[in-house]
Design a protein around this ligand. Structure first.
Ligand code: GLC
Length: 503
């Protein structure tokens, strides 16, 4: 119980953490301890903090109502019976973090369906706890590499052999906190909790065997930011000369200038075949043999935040052993993040675990430690300085790469474009540290982008044009759960439960 008392406030956080006064105060001696205490003492802002959308005129109001209706329609049309595909054709299976984010979208208008999304995601959980990046529930020819290539235990595989950012605990908490059906929701949480816990344990066992507090990804696909320049230096291992010939399907759906190059794809497959040869079931072995082993900011920030939410759920369920275990991960994580800070750049960076070097690229995930609530106040201030400079070079926030980087490409997948899910996380994190103005700017840009370009996979930060897939599920979910919750409420669908959405 003593441990629980150290985290007194798990209520929605209402005060400002940061701002000039708070920053000055934190410059006092014993700063590290104070910073450490900061993440321990405060709960984070609610996942989907919303303010009122001031509709400037009738036209905008009706546009937003239209987008809300269309978002529900996109989720319904991408529903394959218990799971939602990210986009028809381009991504025909259940993707892990997509599904967890989409569950939050479903939750605002169909709670039962939202729980089902998470249940289906965990239905193919591996015995060792891993939840794979892709669950191949039904056959499809429109995606490569499909189940026949992955070659996990079953043939064809039921899942891919790697994981993706662990968002599920966040959605589970959100759904439990806002439920209209507390008794049923408690049951759902009772069932899901041990599965999510097992997955988080898997991350530490399989991807942090040396107990550094931060986990590795062994494939760029595991980060969710597949084609990020943060992997360029670590993706220079030799391409397997025995790679079987293959035909990419992504290029039949989307223009090649928006997608990874052939060279990059060859390396993705070099890793996949190597893992398959080394036997997917032995993660300890994979950790040792993978020529790609990187501490990624996206997975680690989400895992840290997910641990906080899992801890909150553990408290609701009275699982004190689990609370203590999760607190251990949080404490170690706080230490682990310290070595990802590049003081000169004023940014967090990913780290190549094989060479020990911080990756040079400044990517949007650099701001995700704000979402985790693991950044110190000084770090938050430097991040905000950097982000503000980035935004002088583009019209819309937040590009996936520093626009001043010569590798910046406004349309190529994770090398420049904007993803709404990352905008949501950064905006939520900024609000937590008290940078409301910047948080609002990101939210308003996101509204403008969807007004202008619709529910696209990602957006050009210079022109605001939509790119990649169309009728994209997680973009729709962001409109419902984050951007337009009050529009959802206005047109008659809403989650019940606590009404303090404004916190
Ligand atoms: C792309 C993204 C990945 C996402 C998937 C489905 O591969 O890089 O993060 O999960 O599409 O939307």
């Amino acid at each position: 119980m003593a441990k629980i008392a150290r985290y007194p406030s798990l209520l929605p956080f209402t005060g400002k953490v940061d701002g000039p006064t708070a920053r000055a105060a934190s410059a006092a001696p014993a700063k590290q301890d104070k910073d450490h205490a900061l993440w321990r003492e405060k709960s984070l802002r609610r996942l989907f903090t919303i303010g009122h959308i001031e509709h400037e005129n009738e036209l905008e109001q009706s546009t937003r109502d239209h987008i809300v209706r269309e978002s529900m329609e996109v989720l319904r049309s991408n529903d394959r019976g218990g799971y939602t595909v990210p986009a028809e054709g381009l991504y025909p299976f259940q993707w892990n973090w997509d599904s967890a984010i989409v569950a939050a979208g479903w939750a605002v208008f169909d709670e039962l369906r939202a729980w089902k999304e998470l249940e289906t995601l965990f239905s193919d959980q591996w015995k060792d706890g891993m939840v794979a990046s892709i669950n191949f529930h039904k056959f499809s020819k429109t995606y490569f590499p499909g189940p026949e290539i992955w070659g996990t235990p079953e043939n064809p595989s039921k899942t891919s052999g790697i994981s993706q950012p662990p968002v599920a605990a966040l959605s589970a908490r959100f759904m439990y906190e806002h439920t209209a059906h507390p008794v049923e929701a408690k049951q759902k949480i009772e069932d899901l909790f041990p599965k999510i816990l097992a997955w988080h344990r898997w991350w530490y066992k399989a991807r942090d065997p040396n107990n550094t507090g931060v986990v590795a990804i062994l494939h760029p696909w595991e980060s969710g930011m597949d084609n990020s320049p943060a992997w360029d230096e670590s993706m220079t291992f030799p391409i397997d000369p025995t790679l079987p010939p293959y035909e990419r399907q992504d290029l039949t759906h989307v223009n090649a200038n928006m997608r990874p190059t052939k060279d990059t794809y060859d390396r993705y497959l070099t890793l996949l075949y190597r893992f398959k040869r080394e036997n997917f079931y032995d993660p300890d072995k994979l950790y040792e043999i993978s020529p790609f082993r990187v501490t990624d900011l996206c997975v680690n920030s989400i895992l840290f935040r997910a641990n906080r939410d899992l801890r909150w759920l553990a408290l609701q369920l009275g699982k004190t052993d689990a609370v203590a275990e999760i607190e251990g991960w949080l404490d170690n994580g706080f230490e682990g993040f310290k070595k990802l800070w590049d003081e000169e750049a004023g940014l967090f960076k990913c780290q190549d675990q094989i060479t020990g070097k911080l990756e040079d690229a400044a990517i949007s995930a650099a701001f995700l430690p704000l979402f985790a609530g693991v950044a110190t106040r000084e770090q938050a201030a430097r991040l905000v300085e950097n982000l503000s400079t980035w935004l002088k070079h583009v019209k819309y926030s937040v590009p996936s790469l520093d626009p001043q980087d010569p590798r910046f490409e406004q349309l190529r997948y994770w090398r420049g474009p904007i993803w709404l899910i990352i905008n949501w996380m950064i905006s939520n994190g900024l609000r937590h540290y008290g940078y409301d103005e910047l948080a609002d700017r990101i939210r308003n840009d996101s509204i403008e982008l969807t007004n202008k370009a619709g529910l696209r996979e990602y957006f050009d930060p210079v022109t605001g044009d939509g790119a990649g897939g169309t009728k994209f599920s997680w973009t729709a979910a962001m409109c419902l759960a984050w951007l337009d919750r009050n529009a959802v409420i206005a047109i008659g669908h809403k989650m019940s439960g606590h009404k303090d959405y404004l916190n």
